[in-house]
Design a protein around this ligand. Structure first.
Ligand code: FEO
Length: 180
C-alpha cells in the first residue's frame, strides 16, 4: 500500500502534469493562430505526452491501493507576443516540473518508499530530455528565428515530431478489432 505522504505529493503531481497539458495546448493554439502550424503540432504532441505523464502517477497510486483525488487546474497565461517568448516559457515550465519531480524523490527517499523509486527515476531522466528539447528550440528561436524566413524554416522542422509509440494518435498503435 502506498504511503500517505507519497500519495499526496504524487496526487499533486497529477495536477501539475495536467496543467502542463493545458499550458502546451494553449501554446499550440497561439502558434496555430500565427500560422506557425509546425510549432503548433509540436506543442500538441507535447501536450499529449503530458497526459501520459499524469496517467503514470495515476496508475502508480491506483496500483498500490491508493485513491486519486483530482484537484482543480490553474491556467496562468494564454497569450504571448512572440514565438521566442513561448519557447522561453516552455523551458521555464519544464524547469519548474523538474523541481517538482525532485521534491517527490526527496519525500520518497525520506519515507523509504523503495517501490516508488524506479518509476520516479523514469521521470528524473525524462526531465533531462524535457528541459533539453525546450531549451534547444528556445536557443534556435533566438538565432535563426530572428528572421521571418528562419522562423518558418524552424517551424517546418518542428512539424516532423511524431506522437509517442502507444499513443492513441499513433496509427501504428491502433489494432483493428478482428472481423471488422
Ligand atoms: Fe511532464 Fe513536460 O513534464
Amino acid at each position: 500500500m502506498i504511503n500517505e505522504k507519497v500519495r499526496n505529493i504524487m496526487n499533486e503531481q497529477i495536477k501539475h502534469e495536467l496543467e502542463s497539458y493545458y499550458v502546451y495546448l494553449s501554446m499550440a493554439a497561439w502558434f496555430h493562430s500565427q500560422d506557425l502550424d509546425g510549432m503548433g503540432h509540436w506543442m500538441r504532441v507535447q501536450a499529449h505526452e503530458e497526459t501520459i505523464h499524469a496517467m503514470k502517477f495515476f496508475d502508480h497510486i491506483t496500483d498500490r491501493d491508493g485513491t486519486v483525488g483530482l484537484l482543480d487546474l490553474k491556467q496562468e497565461k494564454t497569450a504571448w507576443t512572440s514565438a521566442e517568448e513561448i519557447w522561453k516559457d516552455a523551458y521555464a515550465h519544464e524547469q519548474f516540473i523538474t523541481s517538482k519531480i525532485h521534491a517527490i524523490m526527496t519525500v520518497v527517499r525520506k519515507e523509504g518508499d523503495f517501490s516508488a523509486e524506479p518509476m520516479l527515476n523514469w521521470f528524473v531522466n525524462e526531465q533531462i530530455e524535457e528541459e533539453l528539447n525546450t531549451q534547444k528550440i528556445w536557443k534556435q528561436c533566438q538565432t535563426m528565428g530572428k528572421t521571418k524566413e528562419g522562423l518558418f524554416m524552424l517551424d517546418r522542422e518542428l512539424a516532423a515530431r511524431i506522437f509517442p509509440a502507444g499513443s492513441p494518435f499513433d496509427p501504428l498503435a491502433y489494432q483493428q478489432p478482428a472481423g471488422v
